[in-house]
Every structure is written in structure tokens, then in C-alpha cells.
Design a protein around this ligand. Structure first.
Ligand code: COA
Length: 337
């Protein structure tokens, strides 16, 4: 029997690194050209977090998302920060973010490393937690209520509980500026969504992993990103459209019934191949890779936020989001607005 699930996306936010780096800037420190980068990837610029931490970008994106959702801090019971570039190994970035945002003590704050699929993994986990564990939010609110004595007010607030899912990456310190086929791809940034369980808002996800340690990795003690670009390319253009087709078939809707496809912004040619395999028009594939490059787990979240800012998102629309990357991980999700 198919599981009935739902997730309402209530608020979106984003933040970038503080230093814009164009392809022309890149030409000063690596043997490349704007023409080569744009024609092979679709990237023209990216942002580096020169003087900002991962947590700082995550907080800025989260604050915007919480404002839009009009979510009270105490209503956020799950905080999931998706990242492969935390500021330190422990404590989790999520704990610092929870502190800076002033979330309640009993928020469950977790880091999730799903590489470039991280945000899709994160939303999937959030939906499951919110659906399976609504009592947690009530219990936590009751505790807080008992502590400050305002029980009635807190119980009213308990009707709605939210998860905050953030994709946040500071990748620039992990780039080998002599590896020109890799360093030109990546940028730093964060995107955030505030979500709550809503069975009227369809949510379906399909996530997976094809274990591989060689095609794309970053070792802990010699932390530099190494990538076999053509292997990643082959993986993405075969696995992602297949996963989207499986998701749509399971959900009993056709690609034509999807309003927008929001793919991980890794390479414009990958996005185009996915589009061609799904036989869909260009206008249904949102792209911002030109400005941001590949921001890994932040990429789809930043794209959703930008679409929202541009007025592209309307109530009832169906979106398919797709992530893929190191692991090799992939994740696709269907959501209704
Ligand atoms: N500027 C100029 N020339 C470059 C270059 C650069 N930035 N990077 C590589 N080249 C050169 C290579 O040295 C090589 O030259 P040669 O033929 O004289 O040896 C030539 O371009 C082709 O290199 P190759 O690595 O085969 O290029 P490619 O066509 O595979 O493109 C990528 C490289 C990285 C753009 C491409 O493989 C890709 O986008 N892969 C997917 C990567 C990705 O999305 N990763 C993130 C997933 S989350």
C-alpha cells in the first residue's frame, strides 16, 4: 500500500558567500577561460565565503525562511543542517545554528551529510519525523509551558510544529586551485526551508546511494576535493532521469503534469540531458548555475528560494527536485505547494 505523506513548504531563505568570483577572476589564478567554463558548465560566477562561516550563512538563510513562515522559534522541533563542509567535526553545525537562532532547548538539532543530495535527504527525513512523531512537539511545548507558567498559550502554539531544513556549504577552502577541471565548479552558500506536516500537500521522495569512494571524494586529513568529472557526469545523466521516472510512476503522475523541475545546479549540460530524457521544455527547468556555480547541498534550497522571490511559485503547483553527488548519492522529491 502506498504511504500517504505530505509536507507544506511554508518559508524560504538563502544566503551567499561574501566574495563574488567571476570566471574572469578565476583566469588570474588558474589556466582557464570564461569561454571554456561557460561552454562546459554554464557557470559564470560563484560566491566564496571569505569571511563568513558555514553557520553564519545557514543562520541568515534560516532567519529569512522563518520570517516568511511566521514560525515561532518554539514551534521548530527539528533542525536539520545538510552539509559536507561543517565548520568543525563536532559539535554539529546544527547546534551552533540553533543557538544563534534562539531555538528552544528541546529542538532536535542534527547535521546530515548527504553530499549534493543532502537537501533532498534532509526534507525526506523532516517529513518522516514530522509525520511519525507529532507528539514530540506537544511534549516539548508542554515542558516549556510548565517552565514559564503560560500553559494555555504554549498549548495553542503546539498545534503547529515545524522542521527547519537548511542546506549550507563552505566548499571554497577545500578546493585545489591547481585542479582546473574541479575548482571552477564550486561556490559557497546556504538555502533554508521551514516545513510542516500537511497531508493535503503531497510529498513523495526516492533516495539512494551507489557506494563509490573514488569518483568524488574529500578525505578528512588531506581535505581537498578530488573528482573524476566524466564519471560523475555519466552517473548523473543516467541515474537522475531514471529516478525521476520511478518517482513519477510511483506517484501516478506524468512529467507533463509537473510544473517545475529543480535540479541540483552542478552543470548546465547535466540539467539539459535530464530535461531531454524527460522530454520536457526548457522553461520548466529552473537554472541559476550561471551566478552561483555548484553549492552542493545548498543548491536546490537556494533555487527554491530564488524561484519564490521571483514569484514563480504558486499554491497547488507540483515540483520535482533532484540532487546527486558524492557517495554516489541521489535523491528526488515530488512536492505540492
Ligand atoms: N579550463 C580550461 N581547460 C580545462 C579546464 C578548465 N577549467 N578543465 C579542464 N580543461 C581541459 C583539460 O585539461 C583537457 O585538456 P586536454 O584535452 O588538453 O588534456 C580538456 O579540457 C578536457 O578535459 P576533461 O576533464 O575531459 O573535460 P570535460 O569535458 O569532462 O569537462 C567537467 C570537465 C568537470 C566540466 C565535466 O566533466 C563535468 O562537468 N562533469 C560533472 C562534474 C560535476 O557535476 N560534479 C559535481 C557533481 S555534484
Amino acid at each position: 500500500m502506498k504511504r500517504i505523506s505530505g509536507l507544506k513548504f511554508c518559508g524560504f531563505g538563502r544566503a551567499t558567500g561574501d566574495l563574488a568570483v567571476t570566471n574572469e577572476d578565476m583566469e588570474h589564478f588558474v589556466d582557464t577561460s570564461d569561454e571554456w567554463i561557460q561552454s562546459r558548465t554554464g557557470i559564470h560566477s560563484r560566491y566564496y565565503a571569505h569571511s563568513r562561516s558555514n553557520a553564519e550563512m545557514a543562520v541568515e538563510a534560516a532567519e529569512k525562511a522563518m520570517r516568511e513562515a511566521a514560525a515561532d522559534k518554539r514551534q521548530i522541533v527539528y533542525l536539520i543542517v545538510c552539509s559536507f563542509t561543517p565548520d568543525c567535526a563536532t559539535p554539529p553545525v546544527a547546534c551552533e545554528v540553533a543557538g544563534r537562532l534562539g531555538l528552544a532547548e528541546n529542538v532536535m538539532a542534527i547535521d546530515l551529510n548527504g553530499a549534493c543530495s543532502g537537501f533532498i535527504y534532509g526534507c525526506t527525513v523532516a517529513e518522516s519525523l514530522l509525520q511519525a512523531n507529532p507528539i514530540k512537539s506537544c511534549a516539548s511545548v508542554c515542558q516549556t509551558a510548565a517552565a514559564d507558567g503560560n500553559i494555555q498559550k504554549r498549548l495553542e502554539g503546539a498545534k503547529e510544529s515545524y522542521a527547519l531544513v537548511i542546506g549550507s556549504e563552505k566548499i571554497s577552502p577545500l578546493l585545489d586551485m591547481e585542479d582546473r577541471s574541479t575548482c571552477i565548479l564550486f561556490g559557497d552558500g546556504a538555502g533554508a526551508v521551514v516545513v510542516k506536516y500537511d497531508e493535503n500537500k503531497r510529498f513523495q521522495a526516492l533516495c539512494g546511494c551507489i557506494p563509490n569512494q573514488e569518483i568524488l571524494y574529500c578525505a578528512r586529513f588531506t581535505p581537498v576535493i578530488r573528482m573524476q568529472g566524466q564519471e560523475v557526469y555519466r552517473f548523473a545523466v543516467s541515474k537522475v532521469p531514471a529516478a525521476i521516472c520511478d518517482l513519477l510512476e510511483f506517484s501516478e503522475i506524468s512529467a507533463d503534469e509537473v510544473d517545475y523541475f529543480v535540479c541540483h545546479q552542478a552543470n548546465l549540460r547535466i540539467i539539459d540531458q535530464i530535461r531531454i530524457k524527460l522530454r520536457q521544455p526548457e522553461a520548466k527547468f529552473f537554472r541559476n548555475i550561471y551566478e552561483f556555480g555548484n553549492t552542493s547541498a545548498a543548491s536546490v534550497a537556494i533555487a527554491l528560494c530564488q524561484m519564490n522571490e521571483e514569484g514563480l511559485l504558486r499554491e497547488g503547483m507540483r515540483l520535482v527536485c533532484a540532487g546527486f553527488g558524492a557517495g554516489l548519492t541521489y535523491g528526488v522529491m515530488l512536492l505540492t505547494l
